[in-house]
Design a protein around this ligand. Structure first.
Ligand SMILES: Nc1ncnc2c1ncn2[C@@H]1O[C@H](COP(=O)(O)OP(=O)(O)OP(=O)(O)O)[C@@H](O)[C@H]1O
Ligand SMILES: [Mg+2]
Length: 120
């Protein structure tokens, strides 16, 4: 199991969610965060030039998946988030030791995929 963590532009969120839905990647967490992606601005001060680190609003997406869903999740995020401009974001894939569904105590593969709500 892996945790796919992506930091994306807020305005690309709906597009990323649509791509994830199409890829049948379900079960995720979204947070509004601030980040810095290496772009520096030089600022004059009385002591000389200093470097200011600007923070931008970003959205962080966390998706717990079984291993065979990692590539589909990464591709869906790229398809939804890429503009080609600096600052499109980054994707991290982290190992996950254990997943537990609280309602049933199911673990790992049985727990990582959300259970669909029955129709009707
Ligand atoms: N190494 C990192 N560790 C943690 N978060 C990062 C890292 N790099 C980028 N981020 C997060 O991703 C956001 C967007 O980063 P950004 O798209 O600028 O990455 P980049 O690698 O500099 O790519 P680009 O060249 O397109 O700017 C940042 O604001 C930050 O929240
Ligand atoms: Mg950057």
């Amino acid at each position: 199991m892996k945790l796919v963590v992506a930091v994306i532009r807020p305005e690309r969120l709906s597009s990323v969610l649509e791509q994830l839905f199409r890829a049948e990647v379900k079960g995720l967490t979204i947070s509004r965060v601030q980040g810095h992606g290496g772009e520096i601005e030089r600022v004059e001060t009385y002591r000389g030039t200093t470097v200011k680190m600007e923070l931008s609003d970003k959205v962080r997406i966390e998706i717990g998946v079984s291993d065979h869903f990692v590539d589909a999740a990464v591709e869906a995020i790229i398809a939804g988030a890429r503009t080609g401009e600096v600052g499109d974001g980054k994707i991290f894939v982290l190992p996950v030791d254990k997943v537990v569904r609280i309602r049933t105590s199911e673990e790992d593969r049985a727990a990582v995929t959300p259970v669909g709500v029955p129709a009707g």
